[in-house]
Design a binder for this molecule. Structure first.
Ligand SMILES: Cc1cc2nc3c(=O)[nH]c(=O)nc-3n(C[C@H](O)[C@H](O)[C@H](O)COP(=O)(O)OP(=O)(O)OC[C@H]3O[C@@H](n4cnc5c(N)ncnc54)[C@H](O)[C@@H]3O)c2cc1C
Length: 459
């Protein structure tokens, strides 16, 4: 039998340098777009690369932005993230921050406008955005990152940068650079992914009034039924008895709960109910299985909604999200690892660069349920959690900062990710300006700049 070849050597290649920049942001999701905007504020040369054909990351898959308001209903994310929402509002593409008893607040956005507006916002600041371009590897000199290699239709090229901000959602850059990374809980289990999809012609008023008027039939998780009588834009989480009944009738449903999110358009509802356990978002084989399995699940979820949930009788499937939504992959190990206790004790840190309030919210890696735990107020996100161990010139923002599996379930929502982006962008700017590593900048000056520019930090 022929011997199986398990690896080959890639020959040393001479790569063209596409750009030399001050700050390179890898990944154009909620954290990346805000990081780039912040870094470019004083005229630095900033570039952002994004593997997909649009900006926005998970902000384009039909999710409401959670976490602008805290558990006490006060606004705790302001600054550049709020400015981005203001821009969307001008285009009727964002709702107000609506208080929600379960999610603190929901801010509904229109994915198509997010894609366009994010691009325009960065273009205005002179940021060079390269779409259809994947980060491939790091260029290191000892423990310092000097740039990255990219892959695109133009082949493999290099981008040199004074500071790199990893906003890939998967810590791709940090991992390749040799930053220690962790994945999942103690058994390695990660929160499962979901392929979002939206339906048209949903009578969202019928749904909310049914919930408000028949609380025994339409029991929701943690949200009082009367809330739905008062709010025409909402998230429903629950209706567990309906799911049970549909399962007993033979439908294959991957979750125990119904999750419906109203869209900005009348009659539109986004469904967060597919769920594929055991998917590794850093492995293409696993991702492919997840995408296919989630698409299969949509058939029975659609039958369930039409047949069992009021308001969906005449609904039609209008779109699926452009990609499988990945909740969790790698987390870096940074100078501080945020943990469960920090969230639940409303921890304060001297080097706080963002404030969040979203609860611990773990979609269990096994089974079909979810656990939530609230702290009653806000907690700080320390700068040290954005600064990786072992590698200089690198910052990380977004869901992959340095946390435990549990703490990550809280800080991962999009408003805090945007706030971390602002902090990382301003920190990168300070490092370039002062000619120091991001690990050496003056955090008190960074905090002052954040406050001066409108970000919220606790007094
Ligand atoms: C199903 C699901 C439901 C959720 N529900 C909510 C919710 O209701 N509200 C909420 O606020 N949050 C929700 N979250 C969490 C939230 O969406 C994410 O945690 C958040 O978007 C993370 O932001 P980020 O910027 O770190 O990463 P992402 O949003 O993932 O953005 C990363 C970007 O980097 C790009 N990228 C990745 N790798 C590379 C590479 N190698 N080269 C170039 N570009 C790359 C990606 O294409 C993407 O655009 C949910 C998440 C999922 C998956």
């Amino acid at each position: 039998m022929k011997e199986q070849i398990v690896s080959i050597e890639e020959q040393g290649k001479n790569l063209p340098v596409r750009s030399q920049v001050d700050v390179l942001v890898v990944g154009g999701g909620p954290s990346g777009i805000i990081a780039a905007k912040a870094a470019a504020e004083d005229g630095l040369k900033v570039m952002l690369i994004e593997s997909r054909s649009f900006l926005g990351g998970n902000m384009t898959i039909g999710l409401p932005i959670l976490g602008f308001l805290g558990q006490k209903k006060n606004q705790i994310i302001t600054g550049l993230p709020q400015k981005f929402i203001d821009r969307l509002r001008v285009r009727n593409a964002a709702s107000e921050h609506r208080p929600c008893p379960l999610h603190m607040s929901i801010t509904i956005v229109e994915p198509e406008v997010v894609k366009a507006e994010a691009f325009e916002m960065l273009e205005e600041s002179g940021i060079e955005v390269l779409l259809y371009t994947s980060f491939a590897d790091v260029i290191m000199e000892g423990s310092e990152i000097k740039g990255v290699t990219i892959e695109s239709k133009a082949g493999r090229e290099a981008i040199l940068a004074k500071v790199v901000i990893d906003c890939s959602g998967d810590a791709d850059v940090a991992y390749r650079a040799g930053v220690p990374c962790e994945k999942g809980n103690q058994q390695g289990g990660v929160q499962p992914p979901t392929l979002m999809f939206s339906l048209g012609n949903v009578d969202t008023d019928k749904l909310r009034f049914s919930i408000a008027e028949e609380p025994r039939t339409y029991l929701t998780d943690f949200i009082p039924n009367e809330y739905f009588g008062q709010n025409n834009q909402y998230i429903v989480v629950g209706l567990r008895s309906l799911v049970q009944k549909a399962k007993a009738d033979g439908l294959k449903l991957p979750t125990d709960r119904t999750i419906v999110i109203t869209g900005l358009e009348k009659g539109e509802a986004w469904i967060n109910m597919t769920r594929v356990n055991g998917v590794d978002g850093t492995d293409p084989v696993s991702l492919t299985r997840g995408e296919l399995e989630a698409r299969r699940q949509i058939t029975d979820i659609f039958k369930y909604l039409k047949g069992y949930v009021p308001g969906f009788e005449n609904a039609f499937l209008s779109r699926t999200a452009p990609f499988l939504g990945i909740r969790e992959t790698r987390r870096i190990v940074g100078k501080y690892i945020m943990n469960r206790e920090d969230i639940l004790s409303c921890a304060r840190f001297d080097d706080a660069v963002a404030v969040a309030s979203y609860p611990l919210d773990i979609h269990h890696p096994v089974g079909g349920d979810c656990t939530l735990e609230w702290s009653g107020d806000c907690y700080d996100i320390p700068y040290r959690s954005l600064v990786p161990l072992k590698v200089e010139n690198l910052l990380v923002a977004g869901r992959t900062i340095s946390t435990t599996h549990e703490a990550m379930s809280a800080i991962r929502v999009m408003a805090p990710c945007m706030a971390m982006g602002e902090a990382a962008g301003r920190a990168a700017k300070a490092a370039v300006r002062d000619g120091v590593f991001p690990s050496e900048i003056s955090v008190s000056k960074l905090r002052k700049e954040l406050l001066d520019k409108g970000a919220y930090l606790r007094p």
